[in-house]
Each structure stands twice: as structure tokens, then as C-alpha cells.
Design a protein around this ligand. Structure first.
Ligand code: NAD
Length: 335
């Protein structure tokens, strides 16, 4: 059986990545849409043969509860709206896939996790790199200590973005984008740093900076941070809408393990102390959705559960707090 997926929020990522990916999946298929833009409805209906009965707007969306053709609601809106829509989907009895970053606050994440539990559905995050062979190899190397333990980690994700008009405006607003590049791009670095370290940090120091103050009036352009781990080891990272960078790197006993570029939809390159990684480039989103659908079908734990999304928001909020206060922030309550 293929699980029916309704995409909620038909912006750039749904249009250009997720809907095409859902044409390639073996365990899931695109059966519905939820949108606040009526003009998109006929275009999507025609392109993906979606019947009238599977089309919803943000007002009548809760009646999706009665639709047996939709098993999963995939929330692809601006970050600030992830909690509301994920919780409504869970209350409608639908499994939820929520895009990264999970939600504005740790408390929002907890509300989402609780809603899924109470309604006996699963909640998973759209962390596509957990299906990318380069990232899987990195995780395997670090987990097995293949090249010895790590001594330092560095990660960066950024690009100079010029166009923040129209739809893209939410990314640099506090309400829906929360902390700009830190949320949008930094979450990949935090994820990478945690699966490279294979352990949790005890504290973080951070700073933010803005070069183009006329554009970045609500959120900083750049965040830099240093996660501190047991034994004095550090993982440095930055995320920026002002400068370019795209890597995760670990110094290990026998040399360097690195992915650069690291976070794209493909095109990863990697090296280990043994030389270049030669791995397949895969359709990440199709494998991700299939993996998530299989976890549901088999009743198995997800690779990317809501709890992982919340853990990462906890780290990101710690970075924000450390940058705001100029003090080291201690993580006290990782679950
Ligand atoms: P987008 O701006 O192109 O699309 C957002 C969609 O949400 C639009 O269709 C918009 O109409 C809708 N929306 C509903 N209410 C809105 C409101 N109040 N204000 C603004 N838009 C509203 O953004 P996107 O690039 O498609 O990103 C959507 C989500 O997907 C974000 O959470 C983003 O982080 C995530 N994303 C993930 C990846 C990935 O690789 N996993 C890549 C891109 C985006």
C-alpha cells in the first residue's frame, strides 16, 4: 500500500522538490493539497490529478479527518506556522511530516510531540540528509570511531541572499522566520555537528552580526557559535544570509573527515583519511519520504522523530540566548 500524502503550503519547496519527489516514491503518493492560494488549486489538480474532494484551504482543513485517501499531512509552510498546522493535522488523526526547522520554541515542539502522541499518530521532521549516502557515511565513521575519536568540529552553511521581497520576506522576519539564517540554514550545521560528535554539548557561546542593517531589521544576518563538549572539545559553526559556506568537518585521530559541499539536494563531496568518498548521489526527498512512510507502515521508530527536531531547536535557542546575553549558555535538560 502507498500512503496518501497531502502537501500543506505549496511554496517553493513543495512545488520544485516535494511534489516531484512524490512521483518517484514507492510507499507514498501525492493525493491531496492544502493551500491558502486558490489560484494554485487548478494548476496542481491538473498536474497531479488531484480530485476536488482532496483539496483543502486553511479554514476547512480540519475536515481532512474524514478523508481516507490522506494518511500523512506534510507541513511545508514558514517555520512560525509549523506548530499550528502540525497540531491541527495530528488532531485530524493524520501522521505528520513537518519541515525543518521544527518550530519557533522548545515549548512549541513539545506541544507538537504531545499532540501526535495523544492522537496516536507519528510526527517526523523533513531531515532529508538522513537518507543521503555521504551523510550516512559520516554518521557511520563517527559512530564506529573508524579513524579515531574527534578533537574538533567545524560547520558552516550560508549564502549571500539578495532577494527578500514578496514571499521570501518571512525568512528575515522574527514572527515566521524566527532568527533568519540560524533557523533556516544553521539547523543543518547543528544537526551535522551532533551526528558528527555523536554526543550532546554541555554549553554554547555565540555572537551575531549584521552587515546590511537596512535589510536585516528584525533578525541578524549571521550567527556564529561554539558548542562545548566534555573534555574541552569544541564544535564551531556559523550560518549566514551574508556570506557563503557549506561544510561539515571533523578533525579525528587519523586526519580529517569532511563533507564540502555538504547540505545541498545532491552534489555532496566528501573526504576521509583514506581519500575521497565515492558514493552515489540519490534523490534525497524521495528516499526520505519513502523511509518515513515505511516507518509508519511497519510501526517502526523514525530516523527523524519530533524529539530530534526539538533537540535541535533546544540547541538553536541556546545559541540565540548565548548571543543575546554574551554569556555561555548551559544546556541542562536534553531529553
Ligand atoms: P516559500 O515561501 O516558498 O513557501 C511557503 C508557503 O507557505 C507558500 O506557499 C505560502 O503561500 C505559504 N504560507 C502560508 N501562510 C503563510 C504566511 N502567513 N506567510 C507566508 N507564507 C505563507 O518557502 P519554502 O522555501 O517552500 O519553505 C517552506 C518550508 O520548507 C520552511 O519550513 C523551510 O524551512 C522548509 N524548506 C526545507 C527545505 C529542505 O531542504 N528540507 C528546503 C526549502 C525549504
Amino acid at each position: 500500500k502507498k500512503l496518501g500524502v497531502a502537501l500543506l503550503g505549496l511554496g517553493d519547496y513543495s512545488t520544485h522538490q516535494l511534489a516531484p519527489a512524490l512521483q518517484k516514491t514507492r510507499f507514498a503518493k501525492l493525493t491531496g493539497i492544502v493551500t491558502g492560494s486558490p489560484e494554485k488549486v487548478p494548476v496542481w489538480q491538473e498536474k497531479y490529478a488531484i480530485p476536488d474532494t482532496n483539496v483543502y484551504n486553511y479554514e476547512n482543513f480540519d475536515s481532512i479527518a474524514d478523508n481516507p485517501e490522506i494518511d500523512i499531512v506534510y507541513v511545508v509552510t514558514p517555520t512560525g506556522l509549523h506548530p499550528e498546522f502540525s497540531i491541527r493535522a495530528a488532531k485530524a488523526g493524520k501522521h505528520v511530516i513537518c519541515e525543518k526547522p521544527m518550530a519557533p520554541t522548545v515549548e512549541d515542539c513539545t506541544r507538537m510531540i504531545d499532540a501526535a502522541k495523544q492522537n496516536h499518530v507519528t510526527l517526523q521532521i523533513g531531515y532529508r540528509l538522513h537518507w543521503d549516502p555521504y551523510h550516512l557515511r559520516l554518521m557511520e565513521i563517527m559512530k564506529s570511531n573508524e579513524f579515531g575519536p574527534w578533537s574538533s568540529i567545524s560547520a558552516a552553511n550560508g549564502g549571500r541572499m539578495e532577494n527578500f521581497t514578496g514571499l521570501n520576506r518571512w525568512r528575515i522576519g522574527k514572527e515566521l522566520g524566527i532568527a533568519g539564517a540560524l533557523y533556516d540554514l544553521g539547523v543543518y550545521c547543528v544537526q551535522g555537528q551532533l551526528y558528527t560528535a555523536q554526543e550532546l554539548p554541555h554549553s554554547v557561546t555565540a555572537r551575531h552580526s549584521t552587515e546590511r542593517t537596512e535589510i536585516f531589521t528584525e533578525v541578524p544576518e549571521t550567527y556564529e557559535w561554539t558548542l562545548e563538549f566534555a573534555g574541552g572539545r569544541k564544535a564551531e559553526g556559523w550560518a549566514s544570509y551574508g556570506k557563503s559556506g557549506n561544510w561539515i568537518r571533523a578533525e579525528v585521530e587519523k586526519g580529517t573527515v569532511e563533507l564540502q559541499p555538504s547540505y545541498g539536494y545532491g552534489g555532496q563531496k566528501g573526504t576521509t583519511p583514506d581519500g575521497p568518498m565515492t558514493l552515489d548521489h540519490v534523490p534525497q526527498q524521495a528516499l526520505q519520504i519513502d523511509g518515513q512512510a515505511q516507518a509508519i507502515l511497519r510501526g517502526e521508530p523514525s530516523r527523524v522523530p519530533g524529539e530530534m527536531g526539538r533537540r535541535d531547536i533546544r540547541v538553536i535557542r541556546g545559541i540565540m540566548e548565548a548571543a543575546a546575553t554574551g554569556q555561555s549558555f548551559e544546556f541542562t535538560d536534553f531529553e
